[in-house]
Design a protein around this ligand. Structure first.
Ligand code: C2E
Ligand code: CA
Ligand code: CA
Length: 787
């Protein structure tokens, strides 16, 4: 119901109907207010009624009518009932009233009106003209007063006025005097005016009630919103005067500002913020100076060691002349959001396992150092045997190892160093310096040494003692350098050199290494096509039976003739093939070539052929199948093939290696342990796997001639092998004395430059034919030309 309902009469009637009939809260409230205002006036109204009735009784006493006394008694009784109702409601604030109460009020008003109507209806015609005047005057007064008094209750008011008017007209007509027609005319004129006035008064009062209740509702809503805002949200309202002093600081605002409430009235907000800002402490004053609205001004503050973040939104407020009187707005606590963002940022920069920086972050840090024009040093660290630990002891131990390594790095490094885990078992340390100029190489080397020692100390994990060891590559950058990736490549190159040099050590980068690296990259690239381009070939080196001097076998050794770089040593390209994953293809090709040659080349007829097999090839699950298929396709008798493996096959996964070797043995091929004595020399493998042949490394043969330790070692290897039922092949026999010694020791076979260098198939054919022509007693062999 709104004020529009008064636009026309239809709406007025609808409004009245709604007030009496509708159950709504607002209608109940309107009824209550109107009824209340009528009830409040009851004592005066009743006093007027009784007074007037008493006056009438006195004025009409000469009638001596029982009816009049009865009328007067009824009037008194009605007044008593009304007063009783007034007493009932007197001490209550009527919030709402029922529809019944409103209807009852109409009935009361009507009864009262009927009582008054009796006066003219029964007695007007029979009294003196003076008494008639009194009745008419009183009646008119009671009509107007009653109608207005009852105006808040329109139905009561209308009924009252209608009954009064009807009674007056009846009495005037009953009197039968012509002058009374004029009075009746006046009555007909006054009554509607009274009614319209009453309705209009009701209308205004109702509109007032509605707007008041709307205002109360809005006030309640606002205060609820405000209370919620102050209590639950992480926000508070702030207001300052032009001098910056806080005005009406709420408890919530004080909490957000970490300001003791007692100090609030004497605190200037811009000063308080400036005093505790972490950086840019005049930001708030500056934005106020702009005298314009601002939004979400971030402020990082620190009070008593607590860091928190607020965001201020506000605008100036002005007086009627347009002068700024102060600022007000909202302040929000953004601490949790900012902390979450910082946490995310940290995570993006941190390796979650070790808590060190990650690859991205150290890259960025190096770039920053370079941009600042400072020199520094970068260490790249690679754990030597991490993969074995991870594979054999499981990932949780692997993780614990990495965490322990990270701790050691931190302990062994200076606070200015930045430690990072680049991934897997690769770490990096950036050594920064505060001064300008180059980073001293000696200092970087000392630090690398300290780290190498720290990381080479054994680890204790789950009751085991693990030797980890780390190789370290070191590269320096000079003021003016800008190439972060180049630096990483240099450190990586140095790291590979360190690994090649035998692990557990550090190597500083030199430009020559760069060339080596470039060569390595080129070779790796060219190696992929070397077979198709027919640059690869297999050379053969004869193996001689020491006791008979007979040619008994040949070792196939791979050769690569690079079109531009010339002959590349197998020691160089085999390693590249292993590192780049080409070794499987290359190895399979060598095997096929060797087997085919053994079957088809007359020079190899009746000889055993040895083929070198890389540890990586043996690890391949398909290797046994490849060997089997090659034997099948070439038709070589398996016992003529000897596969030479080195002890390095046992490093990573000994159980798996043994399993593969047994599977190969089951094919009927022979297995030789190459370079025996140089590798990891775990004699336990000799008892675990029955090798057919032990190849004694060349290094021992060189020392054997000097009757030093080499002599003793060769002797004991030969004895041990013969005890285990294995053949021995002595490698690198160059001098007749060495051969004599081998004879004396009882070695089975020998190979070396004494008889021939490894040579091409054609050269080997020539060698063989000469050999076959040679005499048995003339055992000192012919020398072939170097390849
Ligand atoms: P290895 O298996 O120990 O081969 C013997 C090496 O000693 C050969 O070097 C051979 O030329 C050399 N040699 C033989 N007799 C003498 C001697 O009297 N004095 C000296 N100073 N050296 C002698 P090469 O051919 O350069 O091969 C080096 C290594 O490359 C081989 O060592 C082997 O580990 C690897 N290799 C060669 N071909 C293959 C291959 O087809 N597959 C695999 N996986 N490795 C191969
Ligand atoms: Ca070999
Ligand atoms: Ca060897």
């Amino acid at each position: 119901m709104t004020s529009e309902i008064f636009m026309d009469y239809k709406q007025i009637w609808a409004g009245i109907r709604s007030m009496y009939e509708d159950e709504g809260a607002l209608e109940g409230k309107i009824r209550g207010e109107h009824l209340g205002s009528v009830i409040r006036l009851t004592p005066y109204a009743m006093a007027a009624n009784i007074g007037s009735a008493s006056l009438m009784l006195w004025a009409l006493q000469d009638l001596r009518s029982i009816g009049l006394y009865l009328w007067y008694t009824c009037m008194l009784a009605t007044a008593c009932v009304a007063m009783q109702r007034w007493r009932h409601y007197a001490h209550r604030q009527l919030q709402t009233a029922s529809r019944r109460a409103a209807r009852r009020a109409t009935w009361h008003a009507s009864i009262l009106a009927v009582l008054w109507a009796c006066l003219p209806v029964f007695w007007f015609a029979s009294v003196t003209s003076g008494q008639q005047l009194l009745i008419a005057t009183l009646f008119t007064g009671m009509l107007s007063a009653g109608t207005f008094l009852l105006s808040p209750l329109p139905r009561a008011s209308l009924c009252y006025a209608s009954i009064f008017t009807a009674a007056a007209l009846w009495a005037l007509w009953d009197a039968g005097e012509p002058i009374m027609a004029g009075v009746a005319g006046l009555m007909v004129f006054y009554a509607p005016i009274n009614m319209v006035g009453a309705i209009s008064s009701w209308r205004k009062a109702t509109a007032l009630i509605i707007s008041r209740s709307e205002a109360v509702r809005q006030e309640q809503l606002l205060s609820t919103v405000f209370r919620d805002f102050e209590q639950s949200a992480n926000e508070a309202l702030w207001e300052i005067r032009t001098n910056g002093m806080l005005a009406q600081a709420s408890a919530r605002l004080c909490t957000l500002l970490r300001l003791p409430p007692a100090h609030a009235p004497s605190t200037s907000l811009p000063e308080w913020l400036a005093q505790h800002a972490v950086r840019e402490n005049d930001a708030f004053s500056k934005i106020l100076d702009q005298q314009a609205p601002f939004h979400s001004l971030p402020m990082a503050l620190e009070i008593h060691g607590e860091r928190f973040h607020l965001a201020f939104t506000g605008k100036p407020f002005k007086d009627e002349w347009g002068h700024i009187r102060g600022w007000r707005g909202v302040v929000a606590d953004k601490t949790s959001i900012v902390q979450a963002q910082e946490q995310l940022e940290r995570l993006a920069h941190t390796d979650s396992l070790t808590g060190l920086a990650n690859r991205f972050f150290i890259h960025q840090a190096i770039a920053e150092e370079m941009q600042a024009g400072r020199g520094g040093a970068l260490l790249l660290i690679d754990l030597d045997y991490f993969k074995t630990v991870n594979d054999t002891l499981g990932h949780s131990v692997g993780d614990a190892v990495l965490q322990e390594i990270a701790k050691r790095l931190q302990t062994a490094s200076a606070p200015t160093h930045l430690m990072a885990r680049l991934g897997g078992d690769e770490f990096a340390v950036l050594m920064r310096q505060s001064r300008d100029g180059s980073y001293p190489l000696a200092l970087a080397q000392r630090q690398a040494q300290i780290l190498a020692e720290a990381l080479n100390r054994p680890l204790h994990m789950e009751g085991r003692r693990l030797r980890m060891g780390a190789s370290i590559g070191l590269a320096l950058f000079e003021p003016g350098d800008t190439d972060v990736d180049g630096l990483l490549v240099q450190a990586d190159t140095a790291l590979y050199v360190a690994k090649d040099a035998g692990r557990g050590r550090y190597v500083a980068y030199t430009p020559e290494m760069g060339e080596r690296n470039q060569r390595k990259a080129r070779l790796e690239n060219d190696l992929r096509e070397a077979i198709q381009r027919r640059e690869m070939s297999l050379h053969w080196q004869p193996q001689i039976d020491v006791s008979t001097g007979r040619l008994c076998g040949a070792e196939g050794l791979l050769r690569w003739q690079h079109p531009e770089l010339g002959a590349i040593a197998p020691t160089e390209f085999i390693q590249i093939a292993e590192q780049s994953g080409i070794i499987d293809t290359l190895g399979a090709w060598v095997l096929l070539q060797a087997c085919e040659a053994a079957v088809h080349q007359p020079a190899l007829a009746g000889l055993d052929v040895s083929v070198n097999v890389s540890a990586l090839q043996l690890r391949d699950a398909d290797f046994v199948t490849v060997v089997q298929a090659t034997l099948l396709t070439t038709g070589l008798a398996p016992h003529r093939l000897e596969l030479e493996i080195t002890e390095s096959v046992f490093i990573e996964d000994p159980a798996r290696a043994l399993q593969q070797l047994h599977a190969l043995r089951a094919l009927g091929v022979r297995i030789a342990l190459d370079d025996f004595g140089t590798g990891y020399s775990s004699l336990s493998y000799l008892s675990q796997f029955p090798f057919h042949t032990l190849k004694i490394d060349r290094a021992f043969m060189q020392k054997a001639g000097e009757h030093g330790c080499g002599h003793t070692i060769v002797k004991s290897i030969v004895r041990m092998a013969s005890d285990l039922g294995m053949r021995t092949v002595a490698e690198g026999v160059e001098a007749p004395e060495q051969l004599a010694l081998l004879c004396e020791m009882g070695a089975t076979q020998a190979q070396g430059y004494l008889w021939s260098r490894p040579c091409s198939a054609e050269a080997f054919a020539a060698l063989r034919s000469k050999w076959d022509q040679g005499t048995a007693e003339e055992r000192v062999p012919m020398r072939s030309e170097a390849p």
